[in-house]
Design a protein around this ligand. Structure first.
Ligand SMILES: Nc1nc2c(c(=O)[nH]1)N[C@H]1C(S)=C(S)[C@@H](COP(=O)(O)O)O[C@H]1N2
Ligand SMILES: [Mo]
Length: 344
């Protein structure tokens, strides 16, 4: 059976950009805990007949081909990836589903027992595929082979690498990123459901801004826009989706901070230290980056230039900006072009 993608005119959800052709990034865990022992897939929990299928048994079941677009929460997308495998729906026909089963959890063979979940209804309606091949080849181990689930029209964190167990549940159990990093549990890229609501209230936030010390704190989605935070200490702070638009951050220390999807539009980051920070999906458009140090950063999906609302805004970059080749290599082609031009 072949399932074809819907015919959306615009295939790129808001805030996403295409990676260079053939450059599929590796995100999150790089390898499963154990690559040697044989792979199998268990289906248990609220089912009538729990089963365990060897990889071979899974491959010998009727295969479904599905062409989907991948959208990572860190703002990169890839179109027309053809996965094949067995539909979850078909596997659940084998096991039978108890009437009280409402959620499905996908669990990985990985160090942190990485998992994600969906409502059973969503999982079925979105044609969740238990995939073993991509574009006609077995899925590479770094991309979750030999078995990963594939969920179209959801951010890619709903597709677990090294899938080894599917558990049906009566109540939801948040997945790894959803619980640890506040990733949105619905994850619809067309609605930009990237993160759950902020973890800190307005008053605590204002007090913290006064101290200029964010070090080691969990401050996802904090609104620190249009402030004077020169010399901020944000060493090892967790600042996913934080809003620093228009803020003075000159000389700030963001080393080892998690700033994925943070907003630095028009911020002053002159002489800021971002060494070893996670900057995936971060927006530096219009920011002053003179003297800033990006050594050891991860910049997949980051942008230094936008033309949102018809207005072009590029970051201020010159020879004093430390943007090592290794850090900028994974940038989107147009972003890389802008940065290279600016460095001169
Ligand atoms: N086991 C496991 N599955 C995972 C992750 C992970 O860290 N561990 N990361 C998720 C995220 S955030 C994304 S974007 C995709 C990345 O898949 P890729 O590395 O094949 O691009 O895997 C998802 N599934
Ligand atoms: Mo992701």
């Amino acid at each position: 059976m072949t399932i074809t993608r819907d015919n959306r005119e615009n295939r790129i959800p808001p805030g996403q950009q295409l990676v260079a052709p053939g450059k599929w990034p590796i995100i999150g865990e790089r390898l499963p805990t154990d690559t040697n022992s044989p792979w199998s897939l268990q289906i248990n929990g609220e089912v009538d007949n729990p089963i365990s299928l060897s990889l071979e048994a899974l491959r010998s079941l009727p295969q479904t081909k599905q062409t989907i677009d991948i959208h990572c929460v860190t703002r990169w997308s890839m179109l027309d990836m053809t996965f094949s495998g067995v539909l979850l729906k078909d596997l659940l026909t084998e096991t039978g589903v108890k009437p009280n089963a409402k959620f499905v959890s996908f669990l990985a063979r990985s160090k942190r027992n990485h998992a994600t979940s969906l409502t059973l209804e969503t999982a079925i309606n979105l044609n969740t595929l238990i995939a073993t091949e991509v574009n006609g080849e077995p899925i590479d181990i770094t991309h979750g082979g030999p078995i990963r689930n594939i969920v179209e029209t959801r951010y890619f964190y709903k597709s677990v690498k090294w899938l080894e167990r599917i558990e049906l549940l009566t109540a939801d159990r948040l997945g790894f990123w959803e619980a640890e990093s506040g990733y949105h549990n619905r994850a619809d890229p067309w609605q930009e459901q990237r993160y759950m609501a902020p973890t800190i209230d307005r008053r605590t936030c204002l007090k913290l801004i006064e101290t200029r010390d964010f070090s080691n704190r969990e401050l996802r989605s904090i609104d620190a826009s249009q402030r004077n935070l020169a010399g901020l200490n944000a060493n090892r702070a967790s600042l996913r989706d934080a809003d620093f638009s228009g803020t003075d951050l000159s000389g700030a220390d963001f080393s080892n901070a998690n700033l994925s999807n943070a907003h630095f539009h028009n911020a002053n980051l002159s002489n800021a230290v971002l060494v070893d920070a996670d900057l995936e999906g971060a927006d530096f458009s219009g920011a002053d980056l003179r003297g800033a140090n990006f050594t050891g950063t991860s910049l997949i999906g980051a942008s230094f230039f936008t033309h949102k609302h018809g207005i072009a805004a590029g970051a201020k970059i010159d020879e004093s900006t430390q943007l090592p080749p290794a850090a900028i290599a994974p940038l989107f082609p147009d972003q890389l072009h802008y940065v290279n031009n600016a460095i001169g």
